[in-house]
Design a protein around this ligand. Structure first.
Ligand code: 5AD
Ligand code: SF4
Length: 562
C-alpha cells in the first residue's frame, strides 16, 4: 500500500508551483495523495512567512496534529517552504510533532528526507527511552539553506540541483480534481535581491537566480504538448530576468541557472540584448514565437524600477501576451518608500505607469491595459499625511485591483530591527479599510469601462459561488448538466420540498451553472454555461464574452457561441 500524503499550500503562486513540483516528484516515487489530512501517513504544509497571519494558520494546523501524533507515532509531519527556512530548528522545539523541515531552496531533497523519516520512524519509536514523550521519539530530517549559505556565485548556482526539480516536472493533463489542466505556472527566476526592509523573501528564498532560457522554453513546450494553453511566468521580480550567455556554466552538457546580474546603465533598454544576453523582453518574444499553441502568456510579479520600454513593446507586439501588469507600489509617500528601501520615488512610479499606458493601452482595438498593485498600510512612522499620499497615488494609478496589507513586523527583516512597529492596530485597520474603499470605487469604474465590449475570456472553471453551492449539497454532481436557460437558480438541493429523486431531477432541469474565467486584462468574468454544454468541455477554452455588468471585483456577461 503506497504512503498517502496530504499536502496543504499556504501563500503565493510560487508556493503553489513548488507544491505541484513536489507532488509530481513524490507521485513518481510511488506516494499517493489524499485530500483528507486524517487519512494521510505523511502530512506536509508548504508554508509562507510574508505576514504573521499566514504563519499563525500553520501553527494552528500543527497544533491540531498533536493528539493524532501521540496516538500514531508513525505519522510523518513536514513543514516545507519559508517558515521552515526562517524558523529553522526553533520550529521543532516549539512544535515537536514536526519530523521534517525543508526550506524552499532545498525541495529537491524532500524525497530523501521523507524516505529517511518514514523508514526510521518505527525503529526509533521502539528504541527511544521510555521517559521521552512519544512525539519526541524520532530523529528529525532537516534541509535548510541557512542565510549564510545563500547561493552567491555562478558556480554555486551551477551545482544547483534544485533546477532538476523544475526540469523533471511531471506534465499532467489533469488537475488534482480530475479536470483538464489548461493553465500552468513556469518559474523563470528564483529568489530576490531587492531587500525591501519589511520583507522576508530574500532571506527565505535566497539570492536571485535566473533559469536558462532554453530550459524555460522547453518547459513551456512540454506543457503545451500536454494541453496547457495559458502560462504564467513566475519570479519575485519577474521583469528583472536577465541571462548572460557568455557567463553561463555548463555541467554535463546542461546550461546552469545563473545568479542575477543587473544592467545598471539605465532602465529603458538593455544595450546587450540579443545574442549575448537574453533579457526579459527577449524571453517573452522567444516563448511567444516558439510555442504558438500557448494562447495566453502572463507574468507576475513586476518590479516598477526594472521595466524597460523593450519589455512593454514586446507585450504590445506579440498578440498572445496579456495586457496585464501586477506592479506593487507599496506606498505613495516618498519618505516611506525610502524607509522601505523600494528604490523609486512616487514620481518615478507614476512615470512608469504613464509610460506603460502610452505603449500598451489600446482600448480602441479592444485591448486596454490593466494594472494591479500591492500596498502596505501602517508601515512604521506612517502618518495620516503619508497615508493620504498613498490614497492619492492609488487613485492616480487607476488600478484594476489592489491587494492591501497591514504592515506585519517580520523577524529577521531590517525593518523589525530598525523601526518600531508604532502604528496602532486600530489605525492600520482604519487605513486598510479606507484604501480598500478607494480602490473599490476605482475598480468599479475600471470594470464598467468594459461594459459593451466583447472580450476573449479564458475559462478557468466553476465560479466560487457555484463551488460553494455544490459543496453545500447542490445538485449537479456530475459536471454535465442539462440546462434550461432562463430557469431559476435553486439555492441548494435541500431548499426544495424533499431530497427525493423527483426534486433532484426538477432542480437539475432549471439550474444554471456559473462559470468563471479571465480576460487578458486579468478581469474575472462570470457567466452562465450555455444550455446543453458540459463544464469539462469549456474549461481551458477561449470564449468571446459580451460584457454586460461590472462590480468592483468582477465582470459579468454572456458568451457568444455562434
Ligand atoms: N507586512 C505586510 N505586507 C507585506 N508584504 C510583504 N511583506 C510584508 C509585511 N512584512 C506584502 C507586499 C508584497 C506582498 C506580496 O506582500 O505588499 O508585495
Ligand atoms: Fe520582497 Fe521586495 Fe523582493 Fe518583493 S521585491 S520579494 S517585496 S524584497
Amino acid at each position: 500500500m503506497p504512503r498517502r500524503v496530504y499536502l496543504e499550500t499556504f501563500g503565493c503562486q510560487m508556493n503553489e508551483l513548488d507544491s505541484e513540483l513536489v507532488a509530481g516528484r513524490l507521485r513518481t516515487l510511488g506516494y499517493a495523495f489524499t485530500g483528507e489530512s486524517a487519512e494521510a501517513d505523511v502530512v506536509l504544509f508548504n508554508t509562507c512567512s510574508v505576514r504573521e497571519h499566514a504563519e499563525q494558520k500553520v501553527w494552528s494546523r500543527l497544533g491540531e496534529l498533536k493528539a493524532r501524533k501521540a496516538d500514531d507515532p508513525n505519522l510523518v509531519v513536514g513543514v516545507l517552504g519559508c517558515m521552515a527556512e526562517r524558523d529553522g530548528e526553533a520550529l521543532i522545539r516549539r512544535m515537536p510533532v514536526v519530523d521534517v523541515l525543508c526550506g524552499p531552496g532545498e525541495l529537491d531533497k524532500l524525497p530523501t528526507l521523507l524516505d529517511n523519516a518514514v523508514r526510521t520512524r518505527a525503529s526509533l519509536a521502539a528504541d527511544a527511552p521510555a521517559e521521552w514523550p512519544r512525539g519526541l521519539r524520532s530523529a528529525r530530517e532537516v534541509a535548510l539553506q541557512g542565510n549564510t549559505s545563500r547561493r552567491s556565485a555562478t558556480l554555486a548556482a551551477a551545482q544547483d540541483t534544485l533546477e532538476m526539480l523544475d526540469l523533471s516536472r511531471a506534465m499532467s493533463p489533469t488537475d488534482g480534481e480530475g479536470m483538464p489542466k489548461r493553465s500552468a505556472y513556469v518559474r523563470i527566476t528564483r529568489g530576490c535581491n531587492k531587500f525591501c526592509t519589511y520583507c522576508v523573501v530574500p532571506f527565505t528564498r535566497g539570492a536571485e537566480v535566473h533559469r536558462p532560457p532554453e530550459h524555460i522554453i522547453e518547459e513551456c513546450r512540454r506543457l503545451a504538448d500536454a494541453g496547457v494553453v495559458e502560462i504564467t511566468l513566475l519570479g519575485q521580480t519577474v521583469n528583472h530576468y536577465r541571462f548572460e550567455h557568455g557567463a553561463a556554466v555548463t555541467v554535463n552538457g546542461v546550461t546552469q541557472p545563473q545568479k542575477g546580474r543587473s544592467y545598471t546603465g539605465g532602465h529603458r533598454r538593455d544595450p546587450f540584448a540579443g545574442e549575448r544576453v537574453t533579457t526579459f523582453a527577449d524571453l517573452l518574444a522567444r516563448i511567444h514565437d516558439a510555442v504558438p499553441s500557448i494562447q495566453r502568456l502572463r507574468f507576475v510579479t513586476s518590479y516598477p524600477r526594472d521595466f524597460g520600454d523593450d519589455a512593454l513593446e514586446a507585450m504590445r507586439d506579440h498578440p498572445r501576451i496579456c495586457r496585464y501588469l501586477h506592479v506593487p507600489g507599496q506606498s505613495g509617500s516618498d519618505r516611506i518608500l525610502g524607509l522601505m528601501n523600494r528604490g523609486y520615488s512616487v514620481g518615478e512610479y507614476i512615470e512608469f505607469i504613464d509610460r506603460a499606458r502610452a505603449i500598451l493601452d489600446q482600448p480602441e482595438i479592444g485591448r486596454p491595459l490593466a494594472i494591479s498593485g500591492d500596498f502596505i498600510v501602517g508601515f512604521p512612522t506612517e502618518t495620516d499625511a503619508d497615508f493620504e499620499a498613498t490614497v492619492a497615488m492609488l487613485r492616480r494609478a487607476r488600478y484594476k485591483s489592489a491587494f492591501i496589507f497591514k504592515y506585519s513586523a517580520r523577524p529577521g527583516t531590517v525593518a523589525i530591527d530598525k523601526y518600531p512597529d508604532d502604528v496602532p492596530e486600530a489605525v492600520k485597520r482604519r487605513r486598510n479599510n479606507a484604501l480598500l474603499a478607494a480602490q473599490d470605487a476605482i475598480g468599479l469604474e475600471v470594470g464598467q469601462s468594459n461594459i459593451g465590449r466583447t472580450m476573449p475570456v479564458f475559462v478557468e472553471g466553476l465560479s466560487v459561488r457555484e463551488r460553494k453551492r455544490r459543496a453545500a449539497g447542490a445538485c449537479s454532481a456530475h459536471g454535465s448538466v442539462m440546462l434550461t436557460v432562463g430557469g431559476r437558480v435553486p439555492s441548494a438541493c435541500g431548499a426544495g420540498p424533499s431530497h427525493g429523486e423527483e426534486a433532484h431531477e426538477e432542480s437539475r432541469a432549471v439550474e444554471r451553472v456559473q462559470l468563471s474565467g479571465r480576460t487578458d486584462t486579468d478581469h474575472i468574468v462570470l457567466f452562465d454555461l450555455p444550455a446543453g454544454a458540459r463544464v469539462e468541455d469549456w474549461i481551458g477554452r477561449l470564449v468571446p464574452v459580451r460584457i454586460t455588468g461590472a462590480t468592483a471585483l468582477a465582470l459579468s456577461g454572456s458568451p457568444i457561441t455562434a
